[in-house]
Design a binder for this molecule. Structure first.
Ligand code: SF4
Ligand code: SF4
Length: 181
């Protein structure tokens, strides 16, 4: 997870293939080891980056994590030519090991940015291949299994759509935007 100072897509210079101060994965998910709830800043984020980046107490869930963008560059896969940097996209994708799932975690302060990027055809490829897509966005996480559903999510606001369908938020803890833009 984030190696440097928490920054935004508008202010941070992106060095291809590196986190470049993203830290989005230090905000959206819960970190049980620190009792960090979802959609909150990890208290270990500091000006120099993750304050415990090289320390033993940095949990494995952090040191072992790579979003799909970083993985693609580390492995030199063709996806590195496709995937936008999470700072640009306001979202990062990852595939839990052998799960048949693709997960997209969305920056709550920029929930629409990813829809204008190559993440959309990237995710569509996985849905077509039979993966279940989970989009984690502003307190919601629902499975999507068809291209039609993905198209609906891209066309309309995810959270507003869930509200219209009478679905309550199913990730506790989201109380509003947590990320400066
Ligand atoms: S989401 Fe990806 S690019 Fe951003 S900090 Fe996490 S691993 Fe790095
Ligand atoms: S411990 Fe470091 S890498 Fe892990 S969530 Fe916190 S800031 Fe991010």
């Amino acid at each position: 997870m984030g190696e440097a100072k928490r920054q935004t897509g508008r202010t941070k210079r992106i060095v291809v293939g590196t986190c470049s101060g993203c830290t989005l994965c230090c905000v959206v998910p819960a970190i049980e080891e620190f009792q960090k709830p979802p959609f909150s800043h990890c208290l270990q984020i500091c000006d120099a980056g993750c304050a415990i980046h090289r320390a033993e107490e940095r949990p494995e869930v952090c040191s072992g994590f790579r979003c799909r963008y970083i993985q693609a560059h580390e492995y030199g896969s063709d996806e590195r030519h496709i995937l936008p940097h999470p700072l640009q996209a306001g979202a990062y994708a990852f595939e839990p090991l052998d799960s048949g799932l693709m997960v997209l975690c969305v920056d709550p302060a920029r929930p629409y940015a990813w829809k204008e990027t190559s993440l959309v055809p990237f995710l569509a490829t996985f849905v077509e291949a039979g993966f279940t897509l989970h989009i984690v966005d502003r307190g919601y996480n629902f499975p999507l299994r068809t291209l039609d559903h993905l198209g609906e999510i891209v066309a309309r606001d995810y959270v507003e759509g869930a509200r219209l369908m009478g679905k309550p938020p199913n990730i506790p803890g989201y109380i509003g935007s947590v990320r400066d833009v």
